[in-house]
Every structure is written in structure tokens, then in C-alpha cells.
Design a protein around this ligand. Sequence first.
Ligand SMILES: Nc1ncnc2c1ncn2[C@@H]1O[C@H](COP(=O)(O)OP(=O)(O)OP(=O)(O)O)[C@@H](O)[C@H]1O
Ligand SMILES: [Mg+2]
Length: 1024
Amino acid sequence: MEGALTARDRVGIQDFVLLDPHTSETAFMDNLKKRFTEDLIYTYIGTLLVSVNPYKELDIYNKKQMDLYMGVNFYELPPHIYALADNAYHTMLAEANNHFILISGESGAGKTEASKKILQYYAVSCPSTTLLDTVRDRMLVSNPVLEAFGNAKTLKNDNSSRFGKYMDIQFDSQGDAVGGHILSYLLEKSRVVHQNHGERNFHIFYQLVEGGEDDLLHQLGLERDCKHYNYLMQGECANVSSINDKNDWKTVRNALSVIHFDESDIQYLFGVIASVLHLGNVQFDVDKNNHASMNSNAELRWVSKLLGVHVQVLQEALTYRKIEAKSEEVLTPFTVDHAIYARDALAKAIYGRTFTWLVNRINESIENQDSTRKTVIGLLDIYGFEVFFVNSFEQFCINYCNEKLQQLFIQLTLKAEQEEYEAEGIEWEPVQFFNNKIICDLVEEKHRGIISVLDEECLRPGSATDLTFLEKLEEKMGNHPHFVTHKLADKKTRKTLERGDFRLLHYAGEVTYCVVGFIDKNNDLLYRNIKDVMRQSQNAIVKQCFSSLEPDSRKRPETVATQFKNSLLGLTEILMSKEPWYVRCLKSNENKQPGKFDDVLVRHQVKYLGLMEHLRVRRAGFAYRRRYEVFLKRYKPLCPATWPHWRGVPADGVEKLVKHLGYQPDEYKMGRTKIFIRYARTLFATEDAFEICKHELATRIQAKYKGYRAKGEFRKQKEAATKIETCWRGVQARKERERRAWAVKVIKQFIKGYMTRGQAKTTDNSEYLAFVRQSYLNRLRDNLPKTVLDKTTWLTPPPVMAETSEILRKLHYRLMVRKYVRGITPQRKAQLELKGITSVIFKGKKDSYPQSVGVPFVDTRISEQDINVRILQTIRPERIKYSVPVVKYDRNGFKPRERQLILTQAALYLADETKIKQRVTYASLKGISVSNLGDSILILHVTSENPKEKGDMVLQCDHLFEALTKLSVIANKQNAIKVVQGSIKFDIQAGKESYVDFSTGPESMAYKAKNGHLMVVSPRMKAR
Ligand SMILES: Nc1ncnc2c1ncn2[C@@H]1O[C@H](COP(=O)(O)OP(=O)(O)OP(=O)(O)O)[C@@H](O)[C@H]1O
Ligand SMILES: [Mg+2]
């Protein structure tokens, strides 16, 4: 509910104590109406609950709602009857004391509904066991039974309770509902014989006639037709749309078996009901003496049958009155009116006493069996203050009852207020309120009150009438400020009063009573001979009802008003010893119309229920009070010192808080456990501040929360990361450790293997050797020689691989060779073969050989186009094999001449550009000499016997090795080539010799030396 302070603009204020101005009835009404329009039918005045009848089903009484209110602090949720019930229950349990809930309001305001809601709430919310369930069920179903017998349709309410009901629900120390007890007050018996137009008799009559089984009706002599019965038809509305008598009959029948009525009880009970109906149809005739007479009458026979009395005896009792005069009894006959009066009196008496019997019977069935200590919650569903157009004795009693309850209410409220102030150590500030004791006294005071005067008149011998009673009243009450009659009134008031009226100024308003019937109703006379007859009844219920109650039949019974007064006294005592809770029911309109709020009607009820009065008492001192913890919990965000936590005593925190808010000293008081705030506006200002602060706070809290969530998330992730990291590190470390252990093992084995590497294969060295092998092979694979010529690259093998390495090396070279060989062309092969020949001839002999190895041979050095055509023609038949430019040194002067050396199949030719200079057949080529140095001089030794013939040829050829190799192959002269050291002798012509001398020098040259020799100088070559 504190939360709903915020919604006060829309739904009004949930507690009238906070109403500003609290004395304004208009403000009160506005608030009530505002809430009613929103279907909020409940509002508090402190702990008092005001309820406005919505006349429609609201979805606020379901199990979910009950669960919601269970055990929840009173002010935490919107006002509800469940909140009040729950609070009463928990207070009772906590304090182990007795409580009562007083439900009041005018007819149709919803008292009975409220009491049923409370009972249902307890049925659902209290702990249950099988045994308790039985008691609980019985308590629940006692309602429809009592309603059937005690409720009726009136103009105001289709289900109006025509009796007062106080029900104790007993709880054991665990809070289990273990039993109950019902007290009933003043049943409106007159309804049995008379109903106003538009009203009905008690429901049970219609239920029996409409719903009773055929057999049962037959047994009871009843027809299924309400119109048949006088007692049911006076109001002329046996059928009411809102009431389903047939269904209600089933409910009641079922309830009776739940309550454990046996068949005979039920038989007798319906016998009584039927007998009343028959009695209402009993008619009287007038005999010649003007006395009432009765002929054999079917209805009478049914009455006699059902009540188990002799028909004659019954007939006599209904038509004669027995008067005891001295020692003898005299029978005086009735007039018809008298007889009817006696008949009706009997019907009322039977019904009224049966009702009391029924209540007792229900009490037996819900009575708690064990005698341990119980605490109780009493539910008082009593008739509210009533003002009709004509008000009679019943209204007088009812309004008196309300007057008493109001007095009790004021006393208890004031007492509670005073006690709270005292408990809280706050000075009591006297409250101005109207004390209605003066009216209670006016009605009930001994010897002087209205009831005493009425009793006196009733008991007085002689002809007392209603009017003599009124006169007595005027005599006695003449000056009383709350009493007025036509005679006593001033001129103006007199106009509003009839002569037979008296008016009381009740606390709730004026009510004018018509005295007609007061004496009779108060006497409730039942002639003694009729009682005697009833005492002999064979109907167990009737017999019991009439015998037990009046042991001394001679003594005059107490009048109805006195009985009622005494029962109210008893009730007051019961209530005074308990803690009170109040439900004030208001009727929203007279037409039972949903959603209609009749201002005038509600305002009137607000007034006579004393709600403003109650509010004034509650507000006399302080509008609002709350326990320090509760107050602090709600408003602590408003003060930096108390937000977010107040670490000290709550009272100090509250003090700090209100000082911070700027409360003036007269605006509040600090009690022992509560803060008292004098004005509602102070609280509202605080609440408004809180509202603003709440939004800011919400944002802050939201941000904080988000941050907190994010942080949490981050922390979680971080933790997860650390965890993973730790695990991972662990895994790594384990791996590392294993790796190291493995490494140590391997290294050890390696070392051992290394040390024993030279020994035969053992377990110790086998792995090492395998490793060495593998490692060597791997390394070897990456470092193999790339060419066949590379003879140096081969990796030096470890000893264990020496043999293998050699094999591999050979294999590899063979492979390379094979690859090489497969890769070379026939031309190249031919050339290499030539090179091979060259090598055989010159390798290691001539210094310039090594340089020539890499220079490939060509087929020829001079193409045929470059050879003179005539020469070509001459030698072509011999097929030219090779030709190369050379320098020929003259044999005498050693003059160098450019020549072409042409090799054919048959001979070699030396030619210049125009003609062949010399032809030498291969047969005549006797030798070829070259020096061992780096020069390119070759000397062709020719056989010449004829001195005219040219001698040996001294030639210089740049392609010396190529030319000589070709020549040696073509002429098959490999062995004819000589490599000579020093000088070479040659024949200039037959018989004439010269020499070519060879030496080394800085540059190549050839010249005729002084000694006449050809001197050939060549640079020194690096010997290979
Ligand atoms: N809380 C409620 N919700 C819906 N309807 C209600 C509520 N309270 C009362 N009513 C309606 O009002 C009618 C009268 O209520 P109820 O019988 O409780 O009145 P009462 O105060 O006991 O009257 P009486 O004094 O005549 O016994 C009910 O039959 C029901 O239709
Ligand atoms: Mg009622």
C-alpha cells in the first residue's frame, strides 16, 4: 500500500487517515467515489476496512489473491478483506490473544458476503489435516444452512440476514482452525407469519416446496406450489430471479449431511417447516357465540401429524385459552382474531425455537473436542442500522444494537489509541468526539430506559396498550435531548411526527418509530396451554425446544427487549475481552445496480456508520504512524546519511532523515518504535520527494546494476580465462616435464650410445646408432653433390656409416652418370668421344690443354661458302670433313701467312683465298708435333724425298686441340701426335732442317730468332 501512495491521484487515497482535510465529508466522499469507479471497493481508515458493495463479481477473491495476501504486512498491498483477515490471524498467533472482526453496515451492504470471504480465506490459508478439514467443511457449510433458515428476500436485499450472527473460529497454537461456535441474535420471527409486499418468508420454505423430492413432499402433506400457502404469499413474490430455490435446496440438503444430521433429525426438521406452512393455512370459523371454531380440518390434521400431537388437543389449544384461577383451570374460548393471533404466535414460536435448536445442533458438530488452550477470531455479522418508512419494534432493537456496538467501537478505538500513545511514550492529546452513551442509557437504563418502560407496560396488569406505553415514555423521557414525540416536539418538528410515533436521535441519525405492535412484540406471548401441548410433541425437535427452555412454566418469561438487551450485554462482554477489527460495509445504491454510486445514500451511511467520527479519532493526533524500520526502509534514499544503508538504530536514522527533510518540530513525534507524523501533507511531500528521487535512483541503480552485471560477466570471463590459462599451463608444464624426462632419457641413452658406439649393436647403442644413421642419411640427402664432376662434396660419414656411405656414394655417382649419360645427345656424345681422344693425347702433356677442356668442339670452323669455289670443286670429291683458319709460318723467313686448313677424307689441304698451296695425303703425314707449353703452334711432319717438294708445315691454330683431334681421327693418326719439350726440329725441305724453339714469356709472340730458329713465346700456364 505504501507503493500505492504514488498512485493516489488516480485511485485516491488507500487510507483515509491520510485524507487532507480529514474533517471534510466531501473529500471523504470524493475519495470513496474515485476508488469505487475504479472497482476499488476497499479503503482503510487505519486498520478499519471500509467496503463498498460493487453489486458485481470482482476478480479479487481467487486463490491467487489469497496467496498474495498470506502473511504479508498489512500496508504492503492494496486494501483487501483478505489483508484484514490475514492481519487479524497473524496478530492472534503472534500475541496469542483473542480477536473479533465486527462487520457492520445496513441491509444489503455486504456484511454476510464479507464474513463468508473471511471464512473462505481462513479455510484456504490455514494449515489443514483430514480431521481439521472436516471441521473446516462443517463451518463452511453451516453458512448456507443458517442462511436458508435465517435469511429472506427483503426489499433491500434478496438474501437479507434476519438474525444477528456471531461466530467464533477457534485456532490452536499452530494456527489450525480446530473448531467454532455460533451465537445467534434476535431472529425476526414475525416474518414467518407476515411479509411486506415484495418480500418473502425465510428461504427454507420456498426451497422445500420448490426443491423437495416428491416423496418428501408427500410425507409432509405439501403441494409443490407456493401459492398454496398463506405464509408464503403475503409478499406476492415467491419467485425471485436472483434466487434458485431448487439448487439452494440441494446445497442445504448436502450441507445437512456434511454437518452430520441423521435422517431422523432431518425428518423432524422438515416436519417443523411443513407444520408451519400447514399452520398458516389453518382457518377459523365464527360460531354463534362469536367464538372461533374449527371443523375437522385437513391442514390441522397435518399439523397434528407432523408435530406429533393429538389433533383434538391441538384444536383446543388453538381455540381456547387456559386460565388458572385459584386451584382450577378454566378454558376461555378465543375470538377468531385471538385464535389467529395464537396460531401465528405458535408458528413463530416453533420456527424461532427450531432456529435456535439448529444453531445449537451446528455448534455441536463444529465444536472443538479437545480442551487445550485456543485462541479465537470472532466474526460478527450483525444487522446494521435500519431506517424504514415505518419503523417498528424490530428496528428499535436493531438500532439499539448498533448504538451499543458504536459505543463499544468508540471505547475500543479510543482505548487502542490511548494505549498506543502510552506504549510509544507520546503524550495523549484528548480527542473531541461524540459519545453515544447518552443514547444507550436512554434505551437501556434500568427503571428509566425505554426498555424498562416498555417492560413495565407489558407486565402491568390492566389494559396496557402501545399508546399507554407512549404516554409513559413521554412522562419519563420528557426532557431528554435525544427523545421526541409529537406531544413533546416544537411546532416545526411536530409536523414530521404522527401521534403514535416517538423519535430517537441516534448517533447515526434520527429514526421515528411507530409504537404500534411494541407491546405485543415485546411480550411475544405464547399461551401457556399451547406451550404445554408442544412440550408433549412427538417431534423430537419441538419437544426439546419447548421443554428445556422453560422449566418453570409459571414464571413469566423475559420480554423480547430484555432478552435482547441481555444478549447484547453478553455480546459486549465477549467483544470487550478481545482485540477488535472492523469492516464497515456501505451500500452503493438502492437498486442493486453494478457501478452506480449514489452519493446521497453513501453519504448517509458514512454518517451513521460513524466513519467520519472514527477518522477524527484516528486523526486526532497524528495522521500517520509507522514503525521506524518500515519508514526508514522506504524513505532512506532521501537523505545522504541514510542511503544506501543506515548502520545505526533505526530511530536515529529516521531522526536524521526527517531533520534532513526539514520536518518542523510540531509536525512529528518520535515514539518508542514508531514515528508519528501529524499532517498528511507532510507525508505526501515526503512521498513526492521520494517519487522524484526514485526515478533518479532507478537510473542510478540501473546503471549500477548494469555495471555490476558487466563486471560480473567480465570477472566470470576473467576467471574462466585464468582457469583455462592455468589448466593450459598445467598441461604445458606436464608436457614440458614429460618432454624433459624424455629428453633426459634420450640424452642419457644418446650418451651411452655414443660411448658404446664402437661396440656391437646393443640395446644401449642401437638407438644412438639408428639416430646417427638417420641423421647422417638426412644430412647426406640435403648435401648430395650436384654434378658428376663434383668429387669433393660428399659428407664424411660417421664410422658406422663408412661402408654404407661408400656404397651410397658409388650408387649416387652411378646414378648421376646414368642420368647424365641418358641426358646427352648423339652429337654431344660424338663430341665427347672426340674430347676423350683429345684427353688421351694431350692430358698432362700440354700446358694449354686444361683450358681447352671446357671449350666445345664444332663441326667446322670455316663454312663451305667461305672456301674458294675452285678449291671446293677440286677437293669436294674427297669430302671435306673439317676446316679451320690457321697461320702458316714460312719455312725460311717464318713469315706468318693466313691459310685455311681443310681436312678431307683423304688428305689435308693448306689453301689461301684463291688456290691450294699444299696437299698432304694422310699417308705422307708422318707425324705431328706440338710443344708442351701454352702456345698453339703445330708442326706437321711430311714425308718428302724430293727437295723440291715442300717440307714440314709450321702452323699456328687457335683451335689447336680441336683441329689436331679431328685430324688424328680423320687420318687415324692418334699415335702420330707428339708433345715435345724444348725445340722441335722440322724439315724445311728434304735435307734442310730448322727448329722451332719454345719458351715462356710475358706475352705470346713468334719471331725469327737470331739463331735462325722460330722462337715461339707463350705465357706461362698454370700446370694442372
Ligand atoms: N464483495 C462483494 N462483491 C460482489 N457482490 C457483493 C459483495 N458484497 C455484497 N455483494 C452483493 O450484495 C448482496 C447483499 O450482500 P449481503 O447479503 O452480504 O448483505 P448484508 O450486509 O449481509 O445484508 P443484510 O443485513 O440484509 O443481511 C449480495 O447478495 C451480493 O449480491
Ligand atoms: Mg447478511
